[in-house]
Design a protein around this ligand. Sequence first.
Ligand SMILES: [Zn+2]
Ligand SMILES: [Zn+2]
Length: 365
Amino acid sequence: MHDRDTNFFYPGEKLLPDEMRITALGTGMPFVRRRQASAGWLVELGNGDKFIFDLGTGSSANLNALGVPHSLLDKVFLTHLHIDHFGDMGALYGMGMVRGRFTPLRVWGPSAAEERLGTAAFGKAFTDMMAWDIESRRGVVSAGTGWKTEFNEFDYSISGHTIFDENDVTIRAFPAIHCIDGPVSYRLDWNGLSMVYLGDGKPSQFMVDNAQNVDVLIHEAFVPAADYARQTHLPLQIAQNIAHGVHCPPRSAGKIFDLCQPRLGVIYHTMISESLRIPILDDLRVTWKGPAALAEDLMVLNVTKEHIIQRQACVPELAWPAPAHTHGQKRPAMERNKVPQMSQWLKDAEIAVEGVETNISDVDG
Ligand SMILES: [Zn+2]
Ligand SMILES: [Zn+2]
């Protein structure tokens, strides 16, 4: 621990075997900003496991900058199907396959009041939508079964049921109160450490039932209505409809922290600006006096039983992909015969350039 930089997290830093690392990939709203992508979190465990919780619009740029091999990013847990929570899934699916995820992209998410609104229907539509992207790339790179998706829909209405149990990691889901039926929150437990994540929603009894004494509780918190009205020139009532009616002001998140007593309460999913940090934290302090963090993109939390350390990741603006964890091993064979080929009349119009070999072949071919 002591040889780590105390101020910043640099990509490549090793996790201790008993440690959990939580990184904010996106802490903003659907209105994506250069400094604030939409919702996304990466949870890495000392046993080598990695989990993505939501991957909203813009958040994959932060994910890529962390230097985590895409070959290890095969598990995504969606809280709900708002674009600001799944907007970069296409990039993860397509690029993961190219970058060495030779196994299916596995996604978990809730059902809804109607079948067409559930994660299974979403997964089918998503996979169909991505067909051209995936099949066109499959003809150029070897992908194993990375071209496949596996969507696991579970009942959104059950509070605290286990929806993932592998490698001593347990993930439970419970309902969240947000817009219409369907949204959930997650609780991850491993090695005596725990993390609870509410994507969007209002304070609820489900949270109180499932997040008692958790180590890190990540909860949404909207800009206080009066500040939001001033900042956006909306009438106060409209600002309140949004901030309180569908979302949750900081003091409501604070109320949940007070009822659950986490070691650290994290608020996110807000619009940060220099003038709003103090009002946001002041509003949180109305109800929560304990340890708190206002998350910004690329905030890193190192969690052990002894301490929780908050730092900011220092990442390259122009990151290159990290090598796959299987780098150097034999890649699976390409399966060009299983995807559509370009028509001959298109190929015939290509202009040959001396010194440029344009035939596509396998690594060993
Ligand atoms: Zn939402
Ligand atoms: Zn949201």
